[in-house]
Design a protein around this ligand. Structure first.
Ligand SMILES: [Zn+2]
Length: 208
């Protein structure tokens, strides 16, 4: 399989949405739904990709706000999220005590389960639960590529100062599940540029 990855970022929070595409079949998923969904919709049209599902690394507003527009454009495809944050998508409850409600309730919500494979068309993602920034944070691995949401960034890690954050769990998950991956694996974060596991293991000031 030849996997092609392209990011769009919104201007307000610099939140990345990723189009992950199997170049042979054109099957694709979108990972996270940032505040400027039109950028992703244009990208999908340019690529003539067939989006099979939307996968969420977590449900902070800047990662889910674009969902209604993406679903309107791509049809009633599944939205996949970890069960610990399911109600924020399926029932539209607010994920953070600090902020208001983010979304209307959605149908067709599927589960991203630790240790299991999530399949969408010809694509298959290994699901790793990496909580701590938020309770249902996940990292998603396909081939040599890992989407880490707001757990791990190039040179930084996610905030853990929210009421439902857990800084210890965040560090433990990053160490056990991400830094244990091969050096050359590419890290695609929720914000900012891509990096590699090896570079973060050696130079990330929060982890060294
Ligand atoms: Zn974020």
């Amino acid at each position: 399989m030849r996997v092609r990855i392209e990011a769009t970022a919104d201007r307000q929070f610099g939140t990345n949405s990723y189009l992950v595409e199997d170049e042979d079949t054109k099957d694709a998923v979108v990972i996270d739904a940032n505040l400027e969904p039109h950028l992703m919709i244009e990208l999908v049209r340019d690529r003539q990709a067939e989006v099979k599902a939307i996968l969420l690394t977590h449900t902070d507003i800047d990662h889910v706000a674009g969902l209604p527009a993406l679903l309107a454009a791509f049809g009633r495809i599944p939205v996949a999220v970890h069960d610990a944050e399911r109600e924020f998508v399926a029932e539209g409850k607010p994920m953070r005590r600090e902020f208001g409600a983010s979304l209307d309730a959605m149908e067709n919500v599927e589960s991203l389960v630790e240790g299991e494979t999530y399949r969408a068309g010809s694509l298959a993602f290994e699901v790793m639960h990496t909580p701590g920034h938020s309770p249902g944070g996940v990292s998603l691995k396909i081939g040599d590529n890992i989407f880490t949401g707001d757990a791990l960034f190039a040179g930084s890690i996610g905030r853990s100062d929210f009421a439902n954050s857990n800084g210890k769990a965040l560090l433990e998950g990053i160490r056990a599940k991400l830094l244990s991956q091969p050096d050359e694996h590419v890290v695609y974060s929720g914000h900012g540029p891509a990096t590699t596991i090896g570079r973060e293991r050696r130079t990330n000031p929060f982890l060294t």
